[in-house]
Design a protein around this ligand. Sequence first.
Ligand SMILES: Nc1ncnc2c1ncn2[C@@H]1O[C@H](COP(=O)(O)OP(=O)(O)OP(=O)(O)O)[C@@H](O)[C@H]1O
Ligand SMILES: [Mg+2]
Length: 243
Amino acid sequence: MSEPLLEIKNLVTGFETESGLLKAVDGVSFTVPKGTCVGIVGESGCGKSVTAMSIVRLLPQPMGKILDGQILFKGRDLVQARETDMHEIRGQHIGVIFQEPMTALNPVHSIGRQIGESLMLHRGMNAREARDAAIQLLQRVRIPAPEQRVDEFPHQLSGGMRQRVVIAIALACHPELIIADEPTTALDVTVQAQILSLLKDLQAEMGSSSILITHDLGVIAQSCDSVVVMYAGRVVEKAPVRE
Ligand SMILES: Nc1ncnc2c1ncn2[C@@H]1O[C@H](COP(=O)(O)OP(=O)(O)OP(=O)(O)O)[C@@H](O)[C@H]1O
Ligand SMILES: [Mg+2]
């Protein structure tokens, strides 16, 4: 067993609602060993996305709060980390692919600018270098004619291409951990298969680890090393993917 990259211990995340405190995640623990892919499955509303948002501390504010537990990333507890440190972690160490590709992209900026943003911020690239790097990333996620696409806007792309752009943004700074929350749900089956195999290839290429959230056990079987099953805010099963 390789050493853990991410260790979640007894995570409790709640929302302040009008009718009181709702514990959306209630004592979740699991580990992501280095270089592996862990799948999270479970019915709608069981807390998969809230778990993912807790890891990168992007919970809906002001209602969402981590109430208890530890999220150890390379041994360091993200629950206790300062907000400024979280900026760096989100930008460079953990890449997130959110559930809805349309809302993840900004409609008024070109895709080149959106991919290049974190490279300028975290890698100190200038605008020209960031644009060149964006073109390379578009190529990497297999978007045809990247030199032209780089200056286009999200509405000019198909759903599958937009999702590839979201992946390119998440991968821009070569994160050690990629969290993909239903990265293919909005897409048709053929595009879905392409995006999943693309993610898998890129991960192998960069040696990163990942958490893949999905409803689809077929997807888990194909892409993951182990699987966590959640129900009503808790982990009810953990096993290697074969089992
Ligand atoms: N902003 C919010 N305010 C209050 N409750 C919320 C909020 N966001 C999520 N919840 C609640 O937290 C619980 C877990 O939601 P979550 O989004 O993690 O589900 P999920 O497992 O990702 O479901 P799906 O498969 O549909 O994406 C749900 O009961 C949901 O109603
Ligand atoms: Mg969800």
